[in-house]
Design a binder for this molecule. Structure first.
Ligand code: TRP
Length: 341
């Protein structure tokens, strides 16, 4: 493992059990790559690791688009495989195929209050973002409990997530402590978040990147899409002529160069040049296009190859879910015991 990869997985040790997940709502993008796929690749082979495609969680706010969610389950699996997740080293599974997760959720719902769920800052922010107001689906309000079920069902100790998910980890640990108290024994371990050391990658317009806003660069982007999205990137509105001094802070092109350019010293020099004046946006964007094309080209090629073998992708999910089923059923047995079942 290179030093770079070790750096990405700092905070993990070989005894850690890793569980993380993604909602299958659209293709994964470069924000996912910088924020979490890279650390998953670094951890692979060093710790037991499971990736959960969280289709039931996606349904908590997309029940009206169930077919869309179902379609994206194999798409997310393809994204994982294309970036180099190896199913021999990392278990890839699907939330809805593991009935133990649903049973654990139902049990945990008895030890969590509605007031506590309403206070969860992630849920609060998402409710606002989606404009639910009073019409919050009950499943959506309760999804932190289902996420606690996901994490504990694997006895996970380390959860690589974005900083927006920290409240989920806290709420999971509260549930863990309550279950252990009921069981009068430490049947579940507490977990901690593994945060990425790169700041959250913005969308090309400088706002939060999202699949639905169309401001994210998909991992499967074509060279044309890369060019179009890089050309559209928000830079410094005050930097109208190349000779003007420009601002690096809040400049999306530099955020992407920081995240992906393999030559950080060169990027450092470019920043100084940009701030002094004399470096145009177009030259910078051309560099970024090259950097992103070099990163994405092998991912795109592998994805195209794998997408021709649907049966292989389905077999990866079947085998992963079988393995995950054994683990989660074992945990469910213990937790049922804590509830005298
Ligand atoms: N809530 C996570 C997201 O929206 C996805 C997720 C589901 C997850 N289950 C999980 C993440 C368990 C970590 C652990 O990205």
């Amino acid at each position: 493992m290179s030093t770079n990869l070790l750096g990405l997985a700092r905070g993990a040790d070989a005894t850690d059990v890793i569980l993380t997940g993604d909602r299958p709502t659209g293709p994964l993008h470069l924000g996912h790559y910088a924020g979490s796929l890279r650390s998953r690749l670094a951890l692979q082979g060093h710790c037991a690791q499971t990736l959960l495609i969280a289709d039931l969680q996606a349904l908590t706010d997309l029940s009206g688009r169930a077919a869309h969610v179902a379609q994206h389950v194999p798409e997310v699996a393809l994204d994982y495989l294309a970036v180099g997740i190896d199913p021999a080293l990392t278990t890839i599974t699907v939330q809805s195929r593991l009935s133990a997760l649903s049973e654990l959720t139902v049990l945990y719902l008895n030890i969590v209050t509605v007031a506590r769920l309403e206070r969860n800052p992630t849920v609060k922010a998402e409710v606002e973002l989606r404009g639910f107001e009073r019409d919050i689906p009950a499943g959506f309000l309760c999804y932190p409990v289902s996420q606690a079920a996901d994490i504990t069902a694997f006895r996970a100790t380390l959860v690589p997530v974005g900083d927006d998910q920290i409240p989920m980890i806290e709420q999971t640990n509260e549930i863990v402590r309550r279950v252990n108290r009921l069981a009068e024994s430490a049947i579940l371990p507490e977990c901690r978040a593994l945060l990425s050391n790169t700041p959250r990658l913005p969308g090309v317009d400088g706002r939060k990147a999202s699949k639905s806003a169309g401001n994210a660069i998909p991992l499967s982007a074509t060279p044309d899409e890369i060019r179009r999205l890089v050309r559209a990137m928000y830079t410094d509105p005050g930097h109208t002529r190349a000779s003007d001094p420009g601002r690096v802070e809040g400049n999306v092109v530099f955020a992407y160069l920081d995240a992906f350019d393999p030559e950080p010293i060169a990027v450092h020099e470019l920043k100084a040049h940009y701030e002094r004046g004399g470096l145009g946006d177009v030259a910078l964007k051309i560099r970024l296009e090259d950097v992103l094309e070099a990163l994405i080209a092998p991912i795109r090629a592998r994805r195209a190859e794998l997408s021709r073998d649907h049966a292989y992708v389905m077999e990866v999910l079947r085998a992963g879910s079988e393995r995950a089923g054994d683990i989660t059923e074992d945990v469910l047995r213990d937790v049922r015991g804590a509830f005298a079942l």
